[in-house]
Design a protein. Structure first.
Length: 95
C-alpha cells in the first residue's frame, strides 16, 4: 500500500467519524432491544471491569452532544490507526 493511499483512507475515516456519526440512531441496537423486551437488560449493568475512556461515545466535559460524538469518533479513528500502524511497524521489523 502506498503511503498516499493510507492517508487518504485515514482522512476518509475521519471525515465519516466527524460528520456522519452525529446522525447515528439513538435507538438501542438489536441485542439491547431484545434484552429490554425480554426484561433482562439490568443484568448487563453493573460495575465495569475496565472504565471506558469515552463512555457512550460522549467525550467528558463536552456539553454539546453532536460535537462530543464527533470528537469520540475522531478519537477512535486516531487510536485504531495508531495501534494498527504501530503493530504493522513491529511486524515489518521482524521480517
Amino acid at each position: 500500500m502506498r503511503p498516499r493511499d493510507m492517508w487518504l483512507g485515514v482522512a476518509a475515516a475521519l471525515l465519516l467519524a466527524i460528520f456522519i456519526s452525529p446522525f447515528a440512531s439513538q435507538s438501542p441496537d438489536g441485542l439491547e432491544r431484545v434484552a429490554e423486551d425480554q426484561g433482562f437488560i439490568e443484568k448487563g449493568e453493573g460495575q465495569p471491569v475496565v472504565n471506558a475512556p469515552v463512555p457512550d461515545y460522549v467525550v467528558p466535559g463536552v456539553n454539546n452532544g453532536p460535537v462530543a460524538t464527533s470528537l469520540a469518533g475522531a478519537l477512535g479513528v486516531v487510536v485504531v490507526f495508531a495501534a494498527g500502524y504501530g503493530l504493522a511497524s513491529l511486524l515489518k521489523k521482524r521480517r
